[in-house]
Design a protein around this ligand. Structure first.
Ligand code: SAM
Length: 250
């Protein structure tokens, strides 16, 4: 997977992409990351990428001109190298909220071009140049870099070969509409808190049942919105009904 990030702060992305599994994937060539600053495509001595908003108002707006130049440069470079041009995404609080379904879909594409705004945002006309607009959530960040990193991390970890244990993906929160079950490791007892006995029992069917129940209970409690969308199987319903009837055993 190739990621192209249009940002005036490439150092933010560089640091984040050098660490951990992502850093390793860059090292092995599984993931390619290229930052490009619109400042490279400015012509004035201050390398200005922003300007005052038409109609007045506070703050500055990022100009479309160097952004388009950066996008055209990236596309030309990809074509020259025989690569597919990037699927363009604008990071904006006005975009579609990012979620696992979106990450799964984007992870199947060969290249993403992530456009990060700063200041009061980007000239509206950039919207006409992208395939989609993504928001990290209903809050406002200073810039799109953290949102771009979230898209990169969430999609790159889905690439075959990225994680040592691919099966862990299937059990994670949001992969199947539920939150993940509680996890424990040593010590077996910590300040009076014991690891649930079933996890030490060696009874694999019992552990699986317990984990499924904990996932359902946690989702019902923490994310009633997700729980309402679940298609519960007959076994799920029985698990929950039994747990509700015997709360003292939980
Ligand atoms: N004035 C804009 C508004 O009210 O929608 C906010 C601009 S914000 C300070 C600057 C940049 O940060 C945006 O252009 C966008 O790229 C990025 N950004 C801020 N919040 C974001 C979010 N929730 N998701 C994705 N990107 C975000």
């Amino acid at each position: 997977m190739r990621y192209e990030i249009v940002t005036i702060f490439p150092e933010l992305v560089d640091t984040a992409t050098r660490a951990g599994l992502l850093g390793k994937a860059v090292g092995t060539g599984l993931v390619e990351i290229e930052c490009i600053s619109p400042r490279r495509f400015t012509t004035d001595k201050h390398q200005s990428v922003d300007d005052a908003p038409y109609g007045g108002g506070s703050g500055m707006v990022m100009s479309i001109v160097p952004i388009v130049a950066a996008l055209e440069f990236l596309d030309a470079q990809a074509t020259e190298r025989g690569q597919t041009t990037g699927h363009r995404i604008l990071l904006t609080p006005a975009g579609r909220p990012f979620d696992q379904v979106c990450a799964n879909r984007l992870a199947t594409l060969p290249a993403l071009t992530l456009i990060c705004g700063r200041y009061e945002g980007i000239d509206e006309r950039v919207r006409g140049l992208v395939q989609e607009e993504i928001s990290l959530g209903d809050f406002v960040l200073n810039g799109g870099e953290i949102a771009a990193m979230a898209v990169i991390e969430a999609t790159a970890r889905l690439l075959p070969g990225m994680l040592g244990n691919q099966s862990s993906l299937a059990e994670e929160s949001h992969s199947a509409g539920v939150l993940e079950y509680p996890q424990y490791t040593r010590p077996r007892e910590f300040r009076g808190q014991e690891v649930p006995a079933v996890l030490l029992s060696g009874n694999h069917a019992g552990i699986e049942r317990w984990r499924r129940l904990q996932s359902l209970l946690r989702t019902r409690e923490q994310r009633p919105d997700l729980f309402a969308k679940l298609q519960l199987s007959a076994a799920d319903k029985t698990l929950l009904a039994t747990a509700d009837a015997h709360k003292e055993l939980l």
